[in-house]
Write a protein that binds this ligand. Structure first.
Ligand SMILES: Nc1ncnc2c1ncn2[C@@H]1O[C@H](COP(=O)(O)OP(=O)(O)O)[C@@H](O)[C@H]1O
Ligand SMILES: [Mg+2]
Length: 224
């Protein structure tokens, strides 16, 4: 693979407690991504709640074989946490892709993460890898991704420690993060220093379907 350093691959952090709306917004954004690799610990990126066209693998060996020959492909890996390092290595080797790592608190902690994760975060960009890291407990997940993030999205967080930490990371008064409800978020573009307020509407009845999910985002002015 040719390494293309001109690619504007970005790193995103998405945090919020369970049910706040982290995954559904990510899934919506994946509909047209040609090269996708998901660390799908909750097994939700395929099947009825999943993203159309994503293939599910529960064998790392089979996934590695499929990825090795794929010019285009959309893959989700569902397997034990012990495989996280191998998943990171695979994403790094594939390159020019979007890698989505769900529930980082289960596989990393501050000061402890597989070395392959650090490689992906710090050197993936040069291989054209965009990365989205997801966590319910940002204060207890690996923090190297925070310093490298080009955007951070914060949803409702049930624990005060996480709310304080994220308010500080995105540099807003704590009341902004404290006031978030499920299906609401604040996102910050780190590069542009711009804020947005997001609202997610999911259908209350019928079969869940991504096409029925609506997301609205408006610029947000932070009052200090
Ligand atoms: N594919 C989907 N289609 C429609 N609604 C969905 C889909 N996936 C999740 N939802 C809904 O979105 C809401 C937030 O869920 P989710 O984004 O999975 O939360 P989180 O990832 O923060 O735990 C829930 O009401 C859930 O039922
Ligand atoms: Mg989720």
């Amino acid at each position: 693979m040719k390494v293309d350093t001109s690619l504007n691959a970005s790193i995103g952090v998405v945090c919020g407690s369970s049910g706040s709306g982290k995954s559904v917004v990510i899934k919506k954004s994946l509909l047209k991504v040609p090269r996708l690799l998901v660390w799908d610990i909750d097994d939700e990126y395929t099947g009825p709640q999943g993203v159309p066209g994503v293939q599910r693998f529960s064998s790392m060996e089979k996934l590695a074989r499929a990825v090795a020959t794929a010019k285009k492909g959309r893959f989700a890996y569902v397997g034990p946490v012990t495989k996280f390092g191998a998943w990171c290595r695979l994403a790094f080797a594939w390159g020019n892709c979007l890698a989505v790592a769900e529930e980082l608190a289960g596989v990393t902690s501050p000061g402890k993460a597989p070395p392959e994760w650090h490689t992906l975060v710090s050197r993936g960009r040069k291989r054209g890898i965009a990365l989205i890291g997801v966590t319910q407990r940002p204060a207890e997940s690996d923090k190297t991704i925070m310093g490298n993030a080009s955007f951070i999205r914060v949803g409702r967080l049930s624990r005060a420690q996480d709310r304080r930490y994220m308010a500080s990371e995105i540099d807003v008064p704590e009341r902004y993060v404290n006031g978030l409800e499920n299906l609401q978020y604040i996102s910050k573009s780190m590069a542009k220093n711009e804020y947005f307020a997001g609202t997610i509407k999911v259908p209350e009845k019928g079969t869940p379907s991504l096409t029925k999910v609506r997301i609205t985002e408006n610029p947000l002015t932070i009052e200090r």
